[in-house]
Design a protein around this ligand. Sequence first.
Ligand SMILES: *[C@@H]1O[C@H](CO)[C@@H](O)[C@H](O)[C@H]1NC(C)=O
Ligand SMILES: *[C@@H]1O[C@H](CO)[C@@H](O)[C@H](O)[C@H]1NC(C)=O
Ligand SMILES: *[C@@H]1O[C@H](CO)[C@@H](O)[C@H](O)[C@H]1NC(C)=O
Ligand SMILES: *[C@@H]1O[C@H](CO)[C@@H](O)[C@H](O)[C@H]1NC(C)=O
Length: 186
Amino acid sequence: MFKITSIFITVYLLAIGVQSKQCPLIQSMGDINGPAFMGLWYQLERYPDIFETGFKCQTANYSLNTDGTVNITHNEYTDVGDYEISYHGYGIPQPNNPSNVTEIFPEFPPMNANVLVVATDYVSYALTYSCRNLPFNQRYENAWILGRNKTISSISPQTLSQLKQMLSSKGSSVQKFRLTTQDCDN
Ligand SMILES: *[C@@H]1O[C@H](CO)[C@@H](O)[C@H](O)[C@H]1NC(C)=O
Ligand SMILES: *[C@@H]1O[C@H](CO)[C@@H](O)[C@H](O)[C@H]1NC(C)=O
Ligand SMILES: *[C@@H]1O[C@H](CO)[C@@H](O)[C@H](O)[C@H]1NC(C)=O
Ligand SMILES: *[C@@H]1O[C@H](CO)[C@@H](O)[C@H](O)[C@H]1NC(C)=O
């Protein structure tokens, strides 16, 4: 009996130990109407993220180039002093899955990331997601809820919870979402 119990506990502990913290299998929305997605988006909620700590009023402005790439301008303000920062990059949609976009920001600090458009209705909300596997069974994960308007109340509570469900059902911890302050004149 003792032996069986200890085997059971060992297997149980192993199972916890190997529980994957690698990226969940979140899909992008597949086909996307690129031109309809372009233009200005306000960031309304995000997972805490080192690059955006100390900043508020984040926006993204997307514009489509004739070759299918996307120009991206991110704007934000420092929490302290309302100092405006703007940085530029571009996105390369995958030909066979254009809602999966490789984003490249060549300026300091140079960054690139795979960003998925998980859902959007083009006119009020979008959910975007990015995740990278790290060594030691860890991941670096970002999620953003974007709106065409500045206030989270412009997205219905039902829609918001459906969007979060798309992440949580695949194993992402949506309780990490935090409201983005949008109190700037932009
Ligand atoms: C998105 O594209 C990258 C390569 O560009 C690929 O590694 C990744 O698996 C793709 N993700 C999804 C969800 O399609
Ligand atoms: C977004 O970018 C486009 C193309 O560069 C520009 O014409 C437009 O004024 C920008 N919109 C905002 C709100 O910055
Ligand atoms: C994208 O950016 C490039 C380089 O700054 C610029 O020449 C081009 O006009 C931009 N395209 C659009 C659609 O704004
Ligand atoms: C978004 O803002 C515009 C103007 O700022 C307003 O006309 C529209 O009703 C707003 N939409 C929602 C869903 O709040």
